[in-house]
Design a protein around this ligand. Structure first.
Ligand code: AMP
Length: 279
């Protein structure tokens, strides 16, 4: 496994590959877990060469403390990637990527950026768009892999690729969970013992909401979820929405033929957790 910190040396290596070699790319912020590895494994199955980036992107954090406290486990990450037969790791510094101007480009994603996470994390998707576009330009991958864990991000990247006619295929990968159902996340490492014990409730409620949605209307399900969270002293609901998978617009009434998904964001103490489920 080769590890690069400089754009130039990464590009020299990628440039030396034959034209027909397919490159699978998995962008991450490190503190890797089995969810990330499931993306790497899928990329490995579908491409000749796999590139994983580890870069905690400063422009996508709306809160300074969140950026400062983001876990860094680089040595463990590299061991895990080696064991998953990753070919190339790219771990640049912020200076290498942004030079002297750590700033986002401003994007429009057809309104997708204004929903859910966009409402609560100002500037987040401009930061995501900026870094992913930059990485696509550097790596020039055949396929890029994103988790459904961040479903809104996945849809936004797909939109960016279409709107900017970028030559890459975006592949969405299923959510990987702990045994108790909690969606794997680098942020789980920062939960207190009590909050970690409480957190599986998030996926339990999503599953129950899915069942309830079979026989109840949208408002009833939303109100039920809100009332269930009021009984949970350790978990504070930020939003629960039922939305169209493609437009991410919240739905008010059920109509047949729509692809719908429930989305949730919850604070477990200081730590913000997100999850979603197809309905
Ligand atoms: P992050 O390091 O959190 O930016 O995540 C890097 C990529 O891994 C993103 O495409 C995430 O959606 C994906 N990812 C993170 N957690 C999971 C998970 N539990 N299951 C599947 N994909 C995930």
């Amino acid at each position: 496994m080769l590890v690069f910190t400089k754009i130039k040396s990464l590009q020299q290596k990628l440039g030396s590959l034959k034209k027909e070699v397919s490159v699978g790319f998995v962008p991450t912020m490190g503190a890797l877990h089995k969810g990330h590895l499931s993306l790497v494994e899928q990329a490995k199955r579908e491409n000749d060469v796999v590139v994983v980036s580890i870069f905690v992107n400063p422009t996508q954090f709306d809160k300074k403390e969140d950026l400062e406290n983001y876990p860094n486990t680089l040595n463990e990450d590299l061991t895990m990637l080696k064991e998953a037969f990753c070919d190339i790791v790219f771990t640049p510094t912020a200076k290498e990527i942004y030079a002297n101007e750590v700033k986002s480009q401003s994007f429009s994603f057809d309104g997708l950026e204004n929903r859910m996470e966009g409402k609560f994390r100002s500037g987040h998707f401009d930061g995501v768009g900026t870094i992913v576009k930059r990485f696509f330009e550097i790596v020039n991958p055949t396929r890029a892999y994103f988790g459904e864990k961040d479903f809104q991000q996945l849809q936004i990247i797909k939109k960016m690729v279409t709107m900017h006619a970028l030559p890459v295929k975006i592949i969405g990968c299923p959510i990987f969970r702990e045994e108790d159902g909690l969606a794997m996340s680098s942020r789980n490492l920062r939960l207190t013992k009590e909050h970690r014990q409480a957190a599986p409730f998030i996926y339990e409620i999503l599953q129950q909401a899915k069942v309830k949605f079979g026989t109840n209307n949208v408002t009833t399900v939303i109100e039920w979820v809100k009332s269930e969270f009021k009984k949970q002293p350790l978990l504070i609901l930020e939003y629960f929405e039922i939305a169209n998978e493609n437009t991410l617009e919240p739905v008010k009434v059920k109509m047949s033929g729509q692809k719908l998904r429930a989305f949730i964001a919850v604070f477990a103490g200081e730590i913000r957790l997100i999850d979603n489920i197809s309905l």
